[in-house]
Design a protein around this ligand. Structure first.
Ligand code: GAR
Length: 210
């Protein structure tokens, strides 16, 4: 797995992938406005049109692209096309921030990808993590920032934070509380990755230079 970036004098180039409201993207946009953040969002990509995530990027004057699975004969062709769109922006790091598609081999083989997930992995992977945690009845859940590998939310964990489940929580109230924590954690970790680099040893990720 690649590690880096390793040119601390320049801002790291980020491509952010979204599928929905893009509040995590917004947190990154806000943070990246300060040069001291050490990273710049150079493009935002999505798997669908008409989402608030893309509108947020457009309002910030950042180029956007859309690659729909349904426009391709196979998943591999979609993966290839998405990798091409991302590559055009020469990212040091790709951030999956509410991107609700499993990335393929071409994307994952070309760029380091970090994902934010609204549960404490390996508990509750997949697209309905908050609903699944509530249904299970856990009293503590949270969020995970992790490197993406070929599995579903199985890549090495970088950081996690716990969030208590309250009596009376429903999926929306719990998800909103998780997202408040998640946005802060994602900004912190992406900034540190950009400024300090990272190394991976087995399943252990260490931020900072070796
Ligand atoms: C976030 O909670 C993110 O962790 C989750 O979607 C939300 C997107 O919110 N992602 C997944 O569930 C991926 N399995 P946002 O669009 O407001 O940033």
């Amino acid at each position: 797995m690649p590690s880096g970036p390793h040119h601390p004098t320049e801002a790291a180039r980020l491509v952010v992938l979204v599928s929905g409201s893009g509040t995590n993207l917004q947190a990154l946009l806000d943070a990246a406005a300060a040069p001291s953040f050490g990273a710049a969002i150079v493009a935002v990509g999505a798997d669908r049109d008409g989402i608030e995530g893309l509108a947020r990027a457009e309002r910030a004057g950042i180029p956007v692209f859309v690659e729909r699975v349904g426009d391709h004969a196979t998943r591999d062709e979609w993966d290839e096309a998405l990798a091409g769109k991302i590559a055009a922006y020469k990212p040091d790091l790709v951030v999956s921030a509410g991107f609700m598609k499993i990335l393929g081999r071409r994307v994952l083989g070309s760029f380091p990808v970090v994902n934010t997930h609204p549960a404490l992995l390996p508990s509750f992977p997949g697209a309905h993590a908050v609903r699944d945690a509530l249904a299970y009845g856990v009293r503590v859940t949270g969020c995970t920032v992790h490197l993406v590998d070929a599995g579903v939310d199985t890549g090495p964990v970088i950081a996690q934070e716990a969030v208590a489940v309250r009596d009376g929580d429903d999926e929306d109230t719990l998800h909103e509380r998780i997202k408040t924590v998640e946005r802060r954690l994602l900004v912190e970790i992406v900034g540190r990755m950009a400024r300090e680099g990272w190394t991976v040893s087995g399943r252990r990720v260490r931020l900072g230079r070796a």
